[in-house]
Design a protein around this ligand. Structure first.
Ligand code: CA
Length: 406
């Protein structure tokens, strides 16, 4: 039954049950002004209208979450409590349903003006695989890897919402056996299955966010695909790191899962040996992982299930590290975890690793063989996590289709 009086009767294993309540921005069409919303099942609750008489009405009337993010954790908790009470109160159903719209036919937008964007490299298994592929003669992990969460600053303006087509990038590349560099469309276009963290609460230049305060700035998570042109990357990255092989596009899910919905998904980190410096450990409260199981699909077929719980560095450690030099935070900053790869082959979060740089094609059930992405390929990343009260949350997907070079 789908009549409106059943909209709120969601099973607790529905990916967007009342335990989840992720934030997004929707409009009636691609050209209409986005309005902030909370996802309830397959409906969007209009936040500007529903929260019109709350203390957060002004910020929630914006087309992006940035003003609300600036309010900080007590406002985030307050709104979530407000929504949760209203949505579970049988006597308020009529009031709630007045502001619910079916998502079918609506356009979802990036619910964030992404300020600074940082991408980390927090999976030991991913870093090990990449080291073995690109530096087979040396130690797979660089000497700094277990002492600090390695990252780089990326290009926030090319972060796009899930569903946006990805034109194949062009650039310069040179394989070791090539006598000279060549130029053209990337022939090694890849994905990186990651988790993005949305930051709220700005801080002044010259200050740092200690690891024990980091959680106060972690608003939520969204699945993230860091599209990567491996041929461009391999030629350009020495000595300053990723550049044009990464900055052409990164995709982020349309719905941001609040960290508060993931309290029950917190797990211990894998052992950190050697013990990191004190600014990366603090009281220990910031040393948590997340039991999020991701699923990467190529053209509708699952090719990998990367386990986020195996990530070496915690999100609080990443945030503490990226501000320890005095770099300030802005509401709307986004940092991504780096490719999530588990210890098993079928847990690898990139085609670079799944195909071992193209040398070991993987075969789908239909018999097709794959290494890197072809034009027309669609990659979709989904994920689940244990939610409150025995529920299972489904993180909103991030999907994109490769189009020919423009
Ligand atoms: Ca990445």
């Amino acid at each position: 039954m789908t009549s409106s009086r059943h909209v709120l009767d969601l099973p607790s294993d529905h990916p967007f049950s009342l335990h989840h309540l992720p934030y997004g921005a929707v409009s009636a069409g691609p050209d209409a002004t986005p309005r902030l919303a909370v996802r309830v099942g397959d409906h969007a609750l209009d936040l500007a209208a529903f929260a019109a008489d709350t203390p957060w009405a002004g910020p929630l009337a914006a087309p992006v979450l940035n003003p609300f993010l600036e309010l900080g954790p007590s406002a985030w908790a307050g709104l979530r409590e407000h929504l949760s009470r209203a949505l579970t109160d049988p006597e308020r159903r009529a009031e709630v349903e007045e502001h619910l719209r079916p998502l079918a036919g609506m356009t979802t937008h990036l619910p964030l003006e992404v300020r600074d964007y940082v991408d980390f490299y927090a999976s030991e298994q991913h870093a090990t695989n990449v080291g073995r592929i690109f530096r087979p003669e040396g130690e797979p992990l660089t000497p700094n890897w277990k002492h600090l969460p390695i990252g780089y600053h990326g290009r926030s303006s090319t972060i796009v919402v899930s569903g946006t087509d990805i034109p194949r990038p062009v650039g310069q590349r040179k394989a070791p056996s090539d006598p000279q560099p060549t130029f053209g469309p990337s022939t090694k276009l890849d994905i990186e299955a990651e988790l993005g963290f949305v930051v709220g609460g700005s801080t002044p230049l010259g200050s740092s966010v200690g690891i024990d305060e980091a959680a106060d700035h972690l608003f939520g998570v969204a699945l993230f695909n860091d599209w990567s042109a491996r041929d461009l990357q391999a030629w350009e990255y020495v000595p300053l790191g990723p550049f044009l092989g990464k900055s052409f596009a990164s995709s982020v899910a349309a719905w941001i899962t609040p960290m508060a919905a993931l309290e029950t998904a917190r797990v211990e980190l894998p052992p950190q040996d050697p013990r990191p410096l004190p600014y990366l450990t603090g009281s220990g409260a910031g040393l948590f992982g997340l039991d999020i199981t991701m699923e990467v699909s190529l053209n509708g077929t699952v090719v990998s299930r990367p386990p986020y719980r195996q990530m070496y560095w915690s999100p609080a450690q990443m945030l503490a590290h990226l501000t320890v030099n005095g770099a300030r935070l802005s509401s709307g900053d986004l940092f991504a975890s780096g490719t999530v790869s588990g210890t098993q082959r079928e847990q690898r979060g990139s085609f670079l690793e799944l195909s071992w740089n193209g040398t070991e094609p993987f075969t789908l059930p239909d018999g097709s063989e794959h290494t890197f992405l072809q034009d027309g390929d669609t990659v979709t990343i989904t994920a689940t996590a244990p939610g409150p009260h025995g529920s299972t949350l489904g993180l909103a997907e991030v999907t994109g289709t490769i189009r020919p070079t423009r």
